[in-house]
Design a protein around this ligand. Structure first.
Ligand code: NAD
Ligand code: UDP
Length: 359
């Protein structure tokens, strides 16, 4: 643990190096905070306390990330328009003095003094992002421009939550970061896929042209507590259907594959990636275990029990046939790999949905 005098020395050094006003101020704030913690005998897990903006912070991933960063001693500003986010996801943080909530749309510019930005704002489930496809593209593109503009102004590091959807219906398997993808530019999924691809383009152009400090991650299917029960993604659909005793709706023949990462593993990867200096990305994060949708349905039925059966429904257009991340880069740079196997993650997620359906 850093001592009070170490912190003073570090703050003075940073000021001498003309670090941005906000960063110097953060270090000075942290000197005081570290001093209080030292007096109280509390060990802080982080080196510097930062002010961190999370767009989409009231959503599934954003709320878990907010919680982790607050627990590490940081200040979090959660910006959300509550399209798919919920107050209940962040209710337990609302009274925390280090947590601030801003109802705002990323499409409209915002001015804040922050050290880091995680850009997560965008609906992620196919029914939600297809509900208003033009708005989805605007959210990805304008949201990226607004986050990058802010990062440029205040010299903050900015993180983009990109997606395995940039690989489209992949012809290369598993998908590594070098693969450019196989994406339909005019289909039902394009508002999301192309919006995210354009956001990646913007991130790398701001980096090359303006020296913005970026980090771009490509997230593969992630599941866990706080997913919306009706958001249409396969894990939440199957679990909620099984818990209600309804039939599980497998789209197509159910032989298409996905790789499912438990949320805690992903958030650990986010934080490690954001705070390393070796690469700006893009970097895949996900669980390389690969399952067909029929296997997933059977796993859910085995845990929930009951009288539900598997029924088949039409396969949506452009539904990727296979998906599995190559995570060699994350393993090497972050010393990261998922720790929670699918069965264990499903147990936790089923317990969450069981409780929320009973409430
Ligand atoms: P989510 O829908 O739960 O969260 C998205 C959040 O963004 C919500 O709180 C929503 O209200 C907010 N939002 C949407 N449009 C906004 C706008 N215009 N302005 C401000 N806020 C807005 O989804 P999630 O699963 O938490 O996904 C978070 C991010 O991670 C998304 O960018 C998504 O594309 C990406 N991602 C997620 C997964 C996954 O499996 N969960 C996979 C790949 C990528
Ligand atoms: N899927 C399914 N039944 C459902 C919902 C989805 O069989 O009730 C399938 C869907 O067609 C896709 C896979 O599950 O092949 C993953 O779908 P999800 O929407 O969770 O994620 P994405 O397609 O974006 O990877």
């Amino acid at each position: 643990m850093k001592t009070y005098s170490n912190q003073i020395e570090e703050a003075t050094k940073l000021e001498a190096n003309r670090i941005t006003g906000r960063q110097a101020c953060t270090v000075l704030d942290s000197v005081v905070a570290f001093h209080h913690c030292e007096v109280a005998g509390i060990e802080l897990p982080t080196k510097h306390i930062m002010r961190i903006l999370i767009t989409g912070g009231a959503g599934f991933l954003g709320s878990h990330l907010s919680e982790r960063l607050i627990d590490a001693g940081h200040e979090v500003i959660c910006l959300d328009n509550f399209f798919t986010g919920r107050r209940s996801n962040i209710l337990h943080l609302l009274n925390n003095p280090r947590f601030e909530l801003m109802r705002h749309d990323v499409i409209d510019p915002f001015k804040l003094e922050v050290d880091q930005i995680y850009n997560l704002a965008c609906p992620a489930s196919p029914p939600h992002y297809q509900f208003n496809p033009i708005k989805t593209t605007k959210t990805s593109v304008m949201g990226a421009i607004n986050c990058l503009g802010l990062a440029k102004r205040v010299k903050a590091r900015v993180f983009q939550a990109s997606t395995s959807e940039v690989y489209g219906d992949p012809e290369v398997h598993p998908q590594s970061e070098e693969y450019w993808g196989h994406v339909n530019p005019i289909g039902r999924r394009s508002c999301y896929d192309e919006g995210k691809r354009c956001a990646e383009t913007l991130f790398f152009d701001y980096h090359r042209e303006n020296g913005v400090d970026i980090r771009v991650i490509r997230i593969f299917n992630t599941y866990g507590p706080r997913m919306l029960p009706d958001d249409g993604r396969v894990v939440s659909n199957f679990i909620v259907q099984a818990l209600k005793g309804e039939d599980l709706t497998v789209y197509g023949d159910g032989k298409q594959t996905r790789s499912f990462c438990f949320v805690d593993d992903l958030i650990e990867g986010f934080i490690r990636f954001m705070n390393q200096e070796e690469t700006v990305g893009p970097m895949n994060l996900g669980n390389p275990g690969e399952f067909t949708m029929l296997e997933l349905a059977e796993k859910v039925l085995a845990q929930v029990g009951g009288k539900s059966k598997i029924v088949h429904r039409d396969l949506p257009a452009d539904d990727p046939k296979q998906r599995r991340p190559d995570i060699s880069l994350a393993k090497r740079v972050l010393n990261w790999e998922p720790q929670v196997p699918l069965d264990a993650g499903l147990t936790k997620t089923i317990a969450y949905f069981r409780k929320s359906l009973e409430a």
